[in-house]
Write a protein that binds this ligand. Structure first.
Ligand code: GLU
Length: 500
């Protein structure tokens, strides 16, 4: 069975890069009926950000790729855990890491080190001067190899701060097969004697990730390519413990227009910033899926189920994936256009409520619902993100404000605009309430204009302005269909009044 994991550190808001990894994890697992779980890697105590764990879980829930196991929200919306291999939060697993650290110490594959920050700094300066790569020099520094184990234990008993480092063999090729990059070999001389346990008693990422991936039965480790250089250390740890290693796949870096790695510095890339701007989760997932993977066909639009079906790790590319914001906007438009209107209205409501155009009570009421769906339908072709909607439809909620000159079509006159509005109003008055719909109004008005030989602009321009107060609004029939007869007449009367 395939078991994948997303193990974010709660050091900030869940971002696009993590979403891409989580999505591939999810797709890979779901394709084979496997398990996808969420583990929280909170061992770096100085970088914890309040609310970050909640944000991670909520982000995954929002895009509908919730984890099968690990950290989840319970029914009350509180953080909780499920699954047989917990706890899934690393800070709750310290005794487990202690046990495995001890095992490595006993096997002399790890050792205690007591170097002060000053001593380490001096070592680095020396290496820098000699143009050597920064590397812990086990043979000359202060550790249980140079001091002897007895002395080391005495120092620990006396309360001296210490770390535990891993032994790296000299001049040995360490190889693994990466699912994306193929065979990778690194000479151990390139690998530093990594700290496994810090002086605060917490493990480092390297120890914790290996122990947890093993104990949680992870079969595939997918992560960003920035972790490739850590993998040889992990391979050694698997070997030291006598464990089978999982399959590794390092996903291509995601870059912006300038070819720079996508990061907060180039604008907010947190998943929730896209939610708050009004991207639909379906569109975001569809777009993110294609950041480094392609189906091998021209197909671009995929539901989550469709992705599960089509996904294949062998089509994950090595070259950087371009985060093309225009493309994301295009995806969002596609989803806005084809979404069921009632569902789309639900998605738009938070934005309309937030802008003050709609109250919570309005959103509940049935009458208002028909109107709201009409309003959303009016502009769905014209918006890219849902946050554009309130401004685009505000004229539907309050009487539009405009200068009377705007009512005048091209070379026409204000007097003519007034006349046209008066006759059109007369015509519209003849339409029964039950026939008040876009098609019917359209047909009536057009045959009337034709019969009277009015210019289309001469007749419809003043009408459009009267209804919307805007040059670039949807067409007057569409607006009238949604506003209803009474409100439409009110607006036409205001315009006639302005012109009198
Ligand atoms: N905690 C690491 C991160 O924040 C996980 C890396 C991995 O997947 O091994 O990305």
């Amino acid at each position: 069975m395939i078991i994948t994991r997303i193990p974010p550190s709660p050091t900030g808001m869940f971002h696009i890069g993590s979403l891409r990894t989580a999505l591939y994890d999810y797709l890979l697992a779901k394709k084979e009926g496997g398990i996808f779980f969420l583990r929280i890697e909170d061992t770096d105590r100085n970088r914890l950000v309040e609310g970050a764990i909640e944000n991670i879980v909520a982000s995954l829930d929002w895009v509908d790729i919730s984890s099968d196991e690990g950290v989840v929200f319970d029914e009350q919306g509180n953080l909780s855990e499920k699954g047989d291999h917990g706890p899934y939060t690393q800070s709750e697993r310290l005794d487990i890491y202690e046990k495995y650290t001890k095992e490595l110490l006993d096997k002399e594959l790890a050792y205690y080190a007591f170097d002060t920050p000053e001593a380490l700094e001096e070592m680095r300066n020396r290496q820098r001067l000699n143009k050597q790569a920064p590397r812990y020099e086990r043979d000359t520094m202060t550790n249980s190899f140079t001091l002897g184990m007895e002395e080391a234990k005495k120092r620990i008993a006396a309360g001296e701060p210490y770390v535990v480092r891993m032994v790296i063999p000299k001049n040995e090729d360490i190889s693994f097969t990466d699912l994306v990059r193929g065979e990778i070999t690194v000479n151990s001389n390139e690998v530093d004697e990594q700290i496994l346990r810090k002086s605060d008693g917490f493990p480092t990422y390297h120890l914790a990730v290996v122990v947890d991936d093993y104990l949680m039965k992870t079969t595939h480790v997918l992560r960003g390519e920035e972790w490739i250089s850590s993998t040889p250390k992990h391979i050694l740890l698997y070997r030291y413990f006598g464990w089978d290693k999982p399959i590794f796949a390092h996903l291509p870096v995601i870059v912006n227009k300038e070819g720079k790695k996508l990061s907060k510095r180039h604008g907010d890339v947190s998943v929730f910033s896209f939610r708050d701007t009004g991207y639909l989760p379906e569109a975001l997932v569809n777009f993110v899926a294609l950041l480094g993977w392609n189906p091998g066909t021209d197909q671009e639009i995929f539901t989550l189920e469709g992705l599960v079906e089509a996904f294949d790790m062998s089509k994950v590319q090595r070259k950087p994936a371009f985060f093309d914001r225009d493309k994301l906007a295009w995806f969002n438009q596609q989803y806005i256009r084809k979404m069921d209107i009632s569902e789309l209205t639900n998605r738009c409501l938070p934005f309309l409520i937030d802008s003050g155009l709609v109250s919570n009570d309005d959103a509940e009421g049935n009458d208002k619902r028909v109107f709201l769906e009409g309003v959303v339908a009016l502009q769905r072709e014209r918006i890219t993100v849902l946050s554009e909607l309130p401004e685009a439809v505000s004229f539907m909620f309050t009487l539009p404000q405009y200068e009377k000159d705007l009512l005048m079509w091209k070379k026409s006159t204000l007097e003519d605009a007034r006349e046209k509005l008066i006759v059109l109003k007369g015509l519209l008055e003849g339409i029964q309430e039950s026939d008040w719909n876009v098609e019917h109004i359209n047909e009536k008005v057009f045959s009337f204009i034709k019969e009277k030989e009015f210019g289309t602009g001469d007749a419809l321009w003043p009408l459009r302005i009267a209804l919307s107060g805007q040059k670039n609004s949807p067409g007057p029939f569409d607006i009238m269909g949604v506003l209803g007869k009474e409100e439409s007449f009110k607006r036409i009367d205001v315009a006639i009044e302005k012109l009198s």
